[in-house]
Design a protein around this ligand. Structure first.
Ligand code: ASP
Ligand code: MG
Length: 680
């Protein structure tokens, strides 16, 4: 162990939720206790909220709930009588103090920072952890560190700040020549008037970073319940991955844009001293972690995707704004006077309109706020319109490496276009660390999936609904199923069957397997009655980048539903000739709908026993030739076949010959060789 070199650990409420969590945290501390460690702890999850409720309502039952939970946790984590008793006694004293404090606050409204009741959750956590650790005989002494004896605040013109000089002096007095493990309550601090205070809600991270700075620590680890900071919200995107390295700037940008990263204020004492921050998972300590430091990392230019869900988009239009300085200034002053902060802002260079996004909680107020300020402008017609759209969300891609990198915006918008989601507003700061778009809240999830896919996984999810489970349908399923893994490896396309039916029954499920097919064929009770319209709806609702309905029936009614598929952006591949060879009107309707909805309608017919024919004809026409006549010996038994195409005034001969079996799958694996020559 290096003399006087410190590590700071901070455990949040979710890491201390119950006795199992607390024992787990104590094990983590033990495993790392050969170094000098300052462990900053939050209150158990939810306790600070309960203390806020209690001090507002003085409802004793809230305090009883906290007491039951804390006492039970002591019982479950500590056996040694003396430690047990001491903890219970201190706790009972605290409850009395809390009652008295609540009494004294009852007449006035008390600010969060001045409310001394709120900090008890942290005090209890720190004592409990010290108790559990001291119980294990193999431990060096575990000390309790009183934050009120170190972290001191002072009043400045900019508000309350850390008194760095005083705090450093106190830190040196209590710790400079000491070694070992120190447990400290986060969140609380001493005010300039020597009164206990706190650092504001979620202040424990800040306590940890203040201690990191005072100790000139090697690093600060924030232990939480995710594998570091992820490329997107893992609850929304299952392929989200840990961002292993990021700069302080990127972490600030992500935090500002709604991701649960540590706050800018929290990081600033560490940025000044270039102390790295690790974000680690308490419940999975071996997992990947995020390191936040000053180092700029080459490579991936977009670091993460973040979203803000409930926003309102406001658009003000009026010819009176063109070339008139000061409109924006007036707008932002009136918003700031009303306590409304602007999340995103765009103004077209025509100056005819200003568009900005605010938190949805202000949506009822916003019209009045603007109309009050600009009432004259509205009455004389300088401003014509104010449009307010609720249920909007912001998606932002963030990364310092985006600065000066071409093509990021193009990739971002390509992904959004592929998701078929409409963009309501766009903003990019000139720092180029963040590009944001506003979309409807209903479209958010879909758009984020496509954007995440484009920047981080590159994987394409293809989902299939299969109608018709005769020889062709079942063989098709079997072949895809055996090739699935290879296709994923070679092409990054993940294929899943999600809907399947025969003439009487169907299965709808995230992943259909062989056993579902057996149930379908056995007409099991577990299968529902087949309904192709419901299958289409299920496909529509299931997540996937490409969706396909495959028609392996010979039904005359299913082709009538193709248009419905195209409208839902589901492509159709058919082995069913009814839609193609029946009425010409229906055939044309199908083609028109596919084209209109930009979907694929694919089919093939073969000659010479499974030699694809339509593709060859399409290739000819695509290269500029016109078909004049088709002649052939179409034989299902003879493996060699000749097709002669008469092309314009030339004739082109195409021999399809040589059936070569290349894999065990005769339908997928058939290839042919062709010799072509022209005769003038
Ligand atoms: N317990 C405090 C809060 O919930 C501080 C923290 O957990 O960071 O605000
Ligand atoms: Mg927190």
């Amino acid at each position: 162990m290096q003399e006087n070199s410190w590590q700071i650990y901070k455990f949040g409420g979710s890491s201390l939720n119950n006795s199992d969590c607390i024992l787990n945290v104590c094990n983590l501390i033990k495993e790392n206790s050969s170094q000098n460690l300052i462990v900053v702890v939050s209150a158990m999850a939810g306790v600070t909220d309960q203390l806020v409720d209690y001090s507002e309502s003085r409802n004793q039952s809230i305090l009883d709930k906290i007491a039951d939970r804390y006492r039970a946790t002591i019982n479950e984590t500590i056996q040694e009588e003396s430690i047990h008793e001491a903890l219970l006694e201190e706790f009972s004293n605290d409850l009395k103090i809390i009652n008295e404090l609540a009494e004294s606050y009852s007449e006035k409204s008390i600010k969060t920072e001045e409310n001394q009741i709120l900090g008890f959750g942290e005090i209890w956590s720190s004592r409990l952890i010290q108790g559990v650790l001291n119980e294990s005989k193999d431990q060096r002494d575990i000390h309790l560190l009183d934050p009120l004896e170190i972290i001191t605040l002072c009043k400045t013109e900019m508000g309350v700040n850390v008194d760095w000089g005083e705090s450093k002096k106190l830190f040196s007095e209590s710790l400079s020549d000491k070694n070992g493990v120190f447990i400290m309550a986060g969140f609380i601090a001493m005010s300039s008037d020597s009164i206990a205070t706190n650092l504001g809600r979620n202040g424990s991270d800040y306590s940890a970073s203040i201690m990191g700075s005072l100790a000139e620590a090697e690093s600060v680890s924030i232990w939480t319940d995710t594998d570091g900071i992820m490329t997107a919200d893992p609850n929304q995107i299952d392929s989200a991955k840990t961002i292993e390295q990021m700069s302080y700037d990127e972490a600030i940008e992500l935090a500002y844009f709604g991701a649960e990263v540590i706050h800018e204020k929290t990081m600033s004492p560490l940025i000044d001293k270039d102390i790295p921050i690790y974000i680690r998972n308490t419940f999975n300590p071996e997992s990947k972690v995020t390191k936040i430091s000053s180092a700029l990392i080459e490579g991936q230019s977009v670091k993460g995707i973040t979203t803000i869900e409930n926003i309102t988009l406001v658009n003000i239009e009026g010819s009176g704004m063109i070339g008139v300085p000061g409109t924006a200034k007036r707008l932002f002053s009136c918003l700031s006077d009303a306590g409304i902060s602007v999340i995103l802002l765009t103004q077209a260079s025509s100056e005819h309109s200003i568009c900005f996004a605010i938190d949805e909680q202000f949506s009822d107020q916003i019209e009045d706020v603007i109309k009050d300020e600009f009432s004259d402008d509205f009455s004389i017609g300088n401003l014509q319109e104010i449009e307010i759209q609720n249920n909007a969300s912001v998606i932002a891609v963030v990364g310092s490496g985006m600065t000066g990198t071409k093509g990021i915006a193009a990739q971002f918008f390509r992904a959004i276009t592929e998701s078929e989601v409409n963009v309501m507003a766009i903003a990019q700061g000139s720092s180029e660390k963040n590009i944001s778009v506003v979309v409807s809240k209903d479209d958010l999830h879909r758009a984020v999936q496509f954007v995440h896919n484009s920047f981080f996984t590159g994987k394409t999810k293809l989902i299939i609904g299969l109608v018709g489970l005769g020889n062709v349908g079942e063989e098709f399923y079997r072949q895809v199923d055996t090739q699935k893994e290879a296709i994923y490896k070679d092409f990054n396309v993940e294929i899943n069957f999600v809907a399947m039916s025969n003439s009487s029954h169907m299965v709808l499920s995230d992943t259909i397997s062989q056993s579902d097919i057996a149930s379908l064929k056995g007409r099991d009770q577990s299968c529902q009655a087949s309904n192709v319209e419901e299958m289409i709806k299920f496909l529509n609702d299931s997540p996937g980048n490409i969706k396909v309905l495959i028609d392996c029936t010979a039904s005359d009614v299913i082709p009538d539903l193709y248009a419905r598929c195209f409208e839902a952006k589901i492509n159709v591949i058919t082995a069913n000739k009814k839609g193609l060879s029946g009425s010409i009107d229906r055939y044309e309707d199908i083609l028109e709908s596919a084209q209109e909805n930009k979907c694929n309608f694919l089919y093939e017919t073969t000659a010479g026993a499974a030699l694809p024919f339509i593709k060859s004809v399409k290739d000819f026409t695509a290269s500029g030739d016109k078909i004049k006549e088709i002649e052939g010996v179409f034989s299902g038994t003879w493996p060699i076949c000749l097709i002669l195409l008469m092309v314009k005034n030339r004739s082109l001969k195409l021999f399809l010959a040589l059936r070569i079996k290349v894999t065990q799958n005769p339908i997928l694996g058939m290839i042919y060789q062709a010799w072509m020559w022209r005769e003038n």
